[in-house]
Design a binder for this molecule. Structure first.
Ligand SMILES: NC(=O)c1ccc[n+]([C@@H]2O[C@H](COP(=O)([O-])OP(=O)(O)OC[C@H]3O[C@@H](n4cnc5c(N)ncnc54)[C@H](O)[C@@H]3O)[C@@H](O)[C@H]2O)c1
Length: 314
């Protein structure tokens, strides 16, 4: 029996980078937060500071198995996000996306909860269209090393929309572009954390290719704001909606900025490009601007300063 009017929110993948920030935000907003994680790529260290909070509950659970809980909203974030993590056990990665989606959608159907999927810009693959809009169907290799992640996420989107059409489920699909900030895993090979760790250790900064490929980088606080606004949007707005920072930087520019802001003496070192690495990745966020009244407000330099400070104390 419910005694309080607090919204009960389930977050999967809370021990990871984005999940831990989302939980903090939901607790601040007065929600009762139930979290599940199997600690595949996340760590309890990311959430120990929340442990004493009576409105926070943590459950060790693998989303590839069904879960029976009573909640009002579900944020489905569980999935390793960096190539090093998701390629380490690719079959489990696809299972996490696909079985995980089926289990969470089944739960949402049973308890009539609203559900948000953390999808990814990787559903666009190596895009032939720049910047990418939501109506672009993508250019994805179905059998490559990245496919376990890309195709898993594409299939999860399909499941979300079929549950919406078939069972009238209230769904929200966010296509997340590169996000960075404190609590990224220091060794997961993602470009921002890689560069910062190398710069702080005074090691050479490894650039794949000639560094002219571009990426856009969104600071984590901006991303969490987008999640909360999307979940709160009207039921007829399902997405998919691009969320990310449209500011475009070359990998070389990123490396040089990290070196400057961390006061490092590291030098750049060029390596061959890995397979299926996209040349350019930039979100078109006009839909998010219009439907969610959202756009990122943290500049790359500002976000990097905060992220470098985190890695320094780590
Ligand atoms: N960070 C980004 O730039 C980015 C970009 C696009 C999409 N996303 C998506 O956002 C979500 C969160 O990403 P992140 O950067 O925080 O990644 P992360 O690896 O830091 O966190 C993912 C969390 O999911 C947990 N997890 C993995 N498999 C699980 C399973 N089977 N059952 C339960 N928990 C499981 C991990 O232990 C980890 O705590 C992911 O779904 C990812 O695909 C992130």
């Amino acid at each position: 029996m419910r005694v309080a009017n607090r919204k009960r929110v389930l977050v999967t993948g809370l021990a990871g980078f984005l999940g831990s920030h989302l939980c903090e935000r939901l607790l601040k907003d007065g929600c009762d937060v139930l979290c599940v994680d199997n600690f595949y790529s996340g760590t309890k260290d990311n959430v120990t500071h929340l442990m004493g909070n009576p409105h926070f509950e943590l459950l060790r659970h693998d989303v590839t198995f069904p879960l029976y809980v009573e909640v009002d909203e579900i944020y489905s974030l569980a999935c390793p996000a960096s190539p090093i993590h998701y390629q380490w056990d690719p079959v489990q990665t696809t299972k996490t996306s696909v079985h995980g989606a089926i289990n969470m959608l089944g739960l949402a159907k049973r308890v009539k909860a609203k559900i948000l999927q953390a999808s990814t810009s990787e559903v666009y693959g190596d895009p032939e269209m720049h910047p990418q809009r939501e109506n672009y169907w993508g250019h994805v290799n179905p059998i490559g090393l990245r496919s376990c992640y890309d195709e898993g996420k594409r299939c999860a989107e399909t499941l979300f929309f079929d549950y919406h059409r078939q069972h009238k489920l209230r769904i929200k699909v966010a296509r997340i572009f590169n996000t960075y900030g404190p609590r990224m895993h220091p060794n997961d090979g993602r470009v921002v954390s890689n560069f910062i760790v190398q710069a702080l250790k005074g090691e050479p900064i490894t650039i794949y290719g000639d560094g002219s490929q571009t990426r856009s980088f969104c600071y984590v606080d901006d991303m969490i704001e987008a999640f909360v606004r999307l979940m709160g949007s009207s039921d007829d707005f399902t997405g998919p909606v691009n969320v990310g920072n449209p500011g475009e930087f070359t990998i070389r520019e990123l490396a040089e900025t990290v070196i400057e802001l961390s006061g490092s003496k590291s030098e750049l070192q060029l390596h061959p490009l890995p397979s299926d690495d996209p040349r350019q990745r930039q979100p078109d966020i006009s839909l998010a601007r219009g439907a969610l009244d959202w756009e990122p407000t943290t500049s790359l330099r500002e976000g990097l300063v905060r992220t470098i400070a985190y890695f320094k104390q780590l």
